[in-house]
Structure formats: C-alpha cells, structure tokens
Design a protein around this ligand. Sequence first.
Ligand SMILES: NC(=O)c1ccc[n+]([C@@H]2O[C@H](COP(=O)([O-])OP(=O)(O)OC[C@H]3O[C@@H](n4cnc5c(N)ncnc54)[C@H](O)[C@@H]3O)[C@@H](O)[C@H]2O)c1
Length: 386
Amino acid sequence: MEKVRCGMVGGGEGAFIGAVHRTAMAIAANIELVAGTFSSNPEISRRSGAAIGLQPDRVYGSYLEMMERERALPADYRIEAVSIVTPNHLHAPVAIAALRSGFHVICDKPAADSLENALAMADTASSSGKLIAFTHTYTGYPMVKQARAFLAEGEVGAVRRVMVKYTQDWLSRPADIAGNKQAEWRVDPARSGEGGVLGDIGTHAFNLAEYITGERIVSLSAELSALPGRKLDDDCSVLFRLKRGGKGILAASQICVGDANALEISVYCENAGLHWRQEEPNSLRVGRRDRPEEIWTAGANRGYLAKPIRAIQRVPAGHPEGYLEAFANIYSAFAHDVRNGRSAVGDCGYATMDDGIAGMKFVRAACLSNERGSVWTSLDDVTART
Ligand SMILES: NC(=O)c1ccc[n+]([C@@H]2O[C@H](COP(=O)([O-])OP(=O)(O)OC[C@H]3O[C@@H](n4cnc5c(N)ncnc54)[C@H](O)[C@@H]3O)[C@@H](O)[C@H]2O)c1
C-alpha cells in the first residue's frame, strides 16, 4: 500500500506529543510525514521542520498557508491528511480548514475546546466526506482490546461497576505552571477549554471506560477542585451510570503526588472482573470467584488472543510493546481507512467524531454538575450553547 502523505500542525521545538505522533507514523509504516506547520512562529516552524529532515518548501509559516499551498500541488504529491497536535483551542479551526481543503484529519484529544466547536468539526467532516479520527492512545493497546473482546463475547456477563482512575503529579505544586510550555496553556481556559484535568486526561479515562464496556456513559455527578489561583480544575471525582445500568467511578487528577501516569481501570461484570494498568500494559488480570486468577499477557504469537489483536502486535511474547506502538496502531488503522476509502464504523481502531463529541459532553456535563452542587446530569441533556 502506498503510504498516506501527512502534514502536521503543532509539534515544534520543545513540544510534547508531536514527536510521539511522528514516531507512531514511522512505526505504523503506512503513513509518512511530508509537510508541516510546527509553530505559530514561522522561524521556529522552519527550524523544527529542518530538524526532522523535511524538504524546506514543505514547511510552512502558518497552517492556512499549508492548506492553500498543499492543495495547489499535484494530487499524487500533496498531503492527504493533517495531524493536529496543537493546544486544544486550535483543534477545531485547524480541522475545519483541513477538511474544507479536502484533507482527512487525525487530531489529538480532547476533540476541541468546547462542545460547540466539536459539533462544528462534525458538521464540516460530514459535509466534506473526509475522515476525522482522534488519538485516544490507550485504546490502541492490545490488552485493552482483549478486555473489550471479553465483554463483547458475553461470557463475563453484564457490566456492574467500572472503576477508572487517571492520576498524575506534574501540576501538584502551585509553582509548576510558570515556564512550563505544556502547563501554561493547560491552565488557561482560552486555550485549554472549559475543562482542565477533565479535558486533558479525564476524557482519556472516560473514553477508555466507554471503549472497554462498549457502552455510552449516560449520566454523571461530579465534584471538581483546583489549587488556589487556578481557573480550571486540576482534580475531579465523577460518579457515572452506563447505558445498560452499570455504575462507575472516575477520578482524574494532576495533583496526586508520586503518580506519573497512573491510568488504571477495573471492569466488574457478573462473572469476572477485568483489570488493566497503563504502566504495566502488557498484562490483563482476570479475577473470578471459582477459579484461580488469570494473567493474560500480550504477544503477537499468543494463540489465545483474538486474531485481530495478535495482528496489531509486532513482536512475540516477552518483548514488550508500549505507548508508541499503541499510538502507532491508531495511526495504522486511520491510514488504512484513508487509503481504502472507508468510513469509521464499529471498532475501527481509532476514536471517531462521535467519541470526540461524547468526550466534550462529558466535560460540559461534569462542569454543569459541579456548578449545581454535584447534581446528577444527563449527557443527552447537554446541548450546545447558542
Ligand atoms: N494522546 C495523548 O496521550 C496526549 C498526550 C499529550 C498531549 N495530548 C494533546 O496533544 C495536544 C498538544 O499537547 P502538547 O502537550 O504536545 O502541547 P505542547 O504545548 O507541548 O505543543 C503544542 C505545539 O503546538 C504548536 N502551536 C501552537 N499554535 C500553533 C499554530 N497556530 N500553528 C502551528 N503550531 C502551533 C506549539 O508551538 C507547540 O509546538 C493537546 O491537545 C493535548 O491535549 C495528547
């Protein structure tokens, strides 16, 4: 398959996730970076493009210039997709410009800075007929897919309770913000959006719970808090209910001292409990009442794993894959669908526009619930502000 040609927006010098996306593209091997606008500062954009070996004439000073100049190139040479790795407030304007220019989009989470902007992205995506995908990294792990498969097969029974926590400590001191490129925009409502930790990692936890259970979260009660002087939440506790009646607890926090990237999920069903931890991603613990505990481990040659789950792994058991490969699995699925003209259906391997909108409804519903004294709030009742 000919590689999908991709242009990046964001991810310049000193950025966090842009380099992860570029590595993921290289591992996926069915998509390649050929152009980019890596910063709002044209000089930094050009330096960043040169540092990764792009042709100087494919490195642009603004994302609108990139769309315009790439569109004018021959069809078999210009970019086909745009990867968005900017702060949240730029996701919608960049995605809309890319879709209108005829390019597919793969965008980091959360979908946008507001529900309204996510809905505008959805409108443009559907009128353009182009794909839009979101990189909820954690659904790219083989053992997360195995957990989802256990539930889909039905033997473990219906979901009774989900406990998902995503805790970090990098914003646990008031002084952590100043001079930190990643922190500065995340605590600014104008660039992060209406949620702080809710949008940043709460949406990952929310998406993971929905992905493994295969169910939408339909209502929630939330309590948010922030260290003094911060305008956005840095710590949140959420009770939630799933569509088919299961209940759950979600905690997301960036002030939990000693935790680096502690995303953990337990899904308790009628006949088994499934447990996965991001910091030890190659095993899935399965607990049952009448049998010894089972530890299911990853590996491309592990015949007990479903075939599509073996197919996304690159090495035999005992050679751990991790974060970069999970990211690559998302890119690979996206590029495969771009090349084959497929639209996002079922478990397509990446988060869809509907998933992105669900995440933005989660953020809005949690903020509304918190403002009203943690009252239960239906996600279906959360609508765009006009
Ligand atoms: N999937 C994940 O696990 C994950 C992890 C981290 C971050 N993210 C998401 O990725 C996005 C970026 O986060 P980050 O931590 O890398 O932020 P960052 O601040 O490190 O990088 C943002 C980059 O965007 C660039 N930028 C800003 N305005 C621009 C413009 N107008 N044109 C071109 N480039 C511009 C900046 O110069 C910078 O290079 C955020 O939406 C964040 O939520 C996702």
